[in-house]
Design a protein around this ligand. Structure first.
Ligand code: 6LW
Length: 503
């Protein structure tokens, strides 16, 4: 890895914000990583890095409607779960479960991970979620799934052979043995799994055997990684994948969360991707600290890639970080109708509907500000902090009226209303630490929603407790996404700006 100018940051999480279930592979000096995307379209973000710390999104695997159709009825946290990315025989292979109706396990391939990826090959004989692909020395491919069981597969056709074979399910009695990955390392085959559930009990365990089909002997030090019952600032650590660097070093990517506030601790950015060093002792991996500060890594880091934080909507297409709920029909979400503006046409009645026309980006910093200039003279829409269709705060414009609406579970309330002059208005949301004093009941953050005058003066209309937009309250597998939507008519956005205030 050549020396380059110092990076802007060397910190965990290496992919902050809603980036769960990381799967990684390396080709030469290049690492590629993918994550789950659930109800969002395009699906499965793909990242590239040379140093495992600075990642740049190079595309999305499922970015064509023919590859991913999520039904209108699908609730949040359905859809695309837990991909595995591998490189074999000069191609990238990705297997993933579409947990929505009519979905199932799918395989796609590409020669360039930036795309295009093939149309999906269905693999109906794969017996569960969290599928993994691993190739034996003779080219036989094994697909291993949560549970943990395994079946032989031809990944080029999706055809499976024989009946599923139980492998090893982690600690006796531990819940949710899942996220298996199978590797040939030295003289052994290693079966890495997550167990204990994706909440505070999450952990990573490993077993080894002489063949890819077992039998598997558990590592005496299992779980090789867990933060359960600790004060570590990163919790829920699990769902991991291993990778070896070109220098022979080993690394683990894993998911974790950063709970904030009083008890029980609320995480609002979803499950994020972290990096940990791995060493080997007696043929078993030893996972190092999941450190927030990665500046002691043993190699020169790449410069941090420029991030998409301001969008003037001057291009025909939205960049790869933009995600929509369920789908993004070109006629409902376009930068071509009014050049230099993003136009959204409403389909459902509000952000409470699973088929809302929405485009946003992941909230990646605990403290941040998002703003947009909206023209809602022909419709109703605005700026949202969205966890799911039942948990979101919005500041919405319609003609000369601006309203703040809070949706929390089955409650929906207009929190504030204000008249504004006719014409475009700047809507703003600022997310910050809750004001002191802090105690056991303090929430994770405060969400301030308001309008900004032409001279930059901010008028706050509401300050809401962020706990109601946390996974501990809402449930599910995603994290906050901040974005734009249309609830009625046509709504035009001149620009969108996302600005980190800390981290
Ligand atoms: C995924 C499972 C998990 O299928 O959560 O944390 C599920 N791990 O492996 C959804 O991401």
């Amino acid at each position: 890895m050549p020396a380059q100018k110092p990076p802007a940051r060397a910190t965990n999480p290496v992919l902050p914000g809603f980036h769960p279930d990381p799967s990684i592979c390396r080709v030469g000096d290049d690492y590629y990583l993918v994550c789950s995307s659930f109800e969002y379209f395009p699906g499965i973000p793909v990242f590239h890095s040379r140093d495992l710390v600075n990642w740049r999104q190079i595309g999305n695997v499922l970015d064509r409607p023919e590859q991913l159709r999520l039904p209108a009825s699908m609730p949040s946290s359905g859809g695309i779960y837990a991909p595995t990315l591998r490189h074999h025989n000069g191609r990238f292979w990705l297997i993933v479960t579409n947990c929505s109706e009519g979905g199932g396990n799918l395989i796609v391939t590409a020669t360039d991970p930036a795309g295009p990826w093939s149309d999906p090959i269905r693999a109906p004989g794969v017996p569960g979620i969290d599928p993994d692909l691993a190739w034996d020395e003779d080219g036989t491919c094994w697909c291993t799934v949560a549970g943990v069981s395994q079946i032989r597969i031809d990944p080029s056709t999706g055809q499976t052979y024989g009946t599923p074979h139980e492998l090893w399910s982690g600690a006796p009695g531990a819940k949710a043995p899942e996220a298996p990955h199978l590797y040939r390392i030295g003289d052994h085959w290693y079966l890495l799994i997550a167990e204990g559930g994706t909440e505070r009990g999450h952990g990573v365990s490993i077993a080894r055997g002489r063949t890819p089909t077992g039998p598997f002997e558990p590592c005496p030090a299992n779980p090789v990684l867990t933060h359960r019952g600790t004060d570590h600032p990163v919790q829920n650590t699990g769902h991991a994948d291993l990778v070896q660097g070109p220098d022979g070093s080993w690394w683990m990517v894993l998911l974790g969360v950063r709970p904030r506030g009083g008890t029980p601790g609320w995480h609002v950015l979803g499950r994020e991707t972290f990096l940990a060093p791995v060493t080997w002792e007696d043929g078993w991996p030893v996972v190092g600290e999941v450190a927030l500060d990665l500046s002691t890594l043993p190699w020169p880091l790449s410069p941090a890639p420029a991030e998409e934080r301001h969008d003037d909507f001057e291009l025909n297409e939205l960049g790869p970080a933009w995600i929509s709920v369920r789908d993004r029909p070109a006629e409902l979400c376009t930068t071509e109708e009014r050049p230099g503006w993003l136009t959204l046409h409403a389909r459902g009645g509000s952000l409470d509907e699973p088929d809302v026309v929405f485009a946003g980006r992941r909230q990646q910093h605990h403290s941040c500000r998002a703003r947009t200039l909206v023209d809602a003279t022909q419709g109703r829409g605005g700026l949202a902090v969205r966890l799911d269709e039942r948990h979101h705060y919005v500041i919405e414009a319609a003609g000369t009226e601006v309203r703040v609406i809070a949706r929390v579970g089955s409650l929906r309330t207009v929190v504030a209303e204000r008249s504004v002059p006719a014409g475009p208005v700047t809507l703003a949301v600022t997310l910050t630490d809750p004001p002191p004093p802090h105690g056991p009941c303090t929430g994770p953050d405060t969400v301030c929603l308001g309008i900004e005058a032409a001279d930059g003066t901010f008028t706050q209309l509401a300050a809401l407790d962020g706990r109601y937009l946390s996974t501990e309250v809402a449930g599910g597998f995603t994290g906050r996404v901040i974005g734009l939507y249309a609830a009625a008519g046509a709504v035009h956005y001149d620009w969108f700006d996302y600005e980190p205030l800390d981290d």
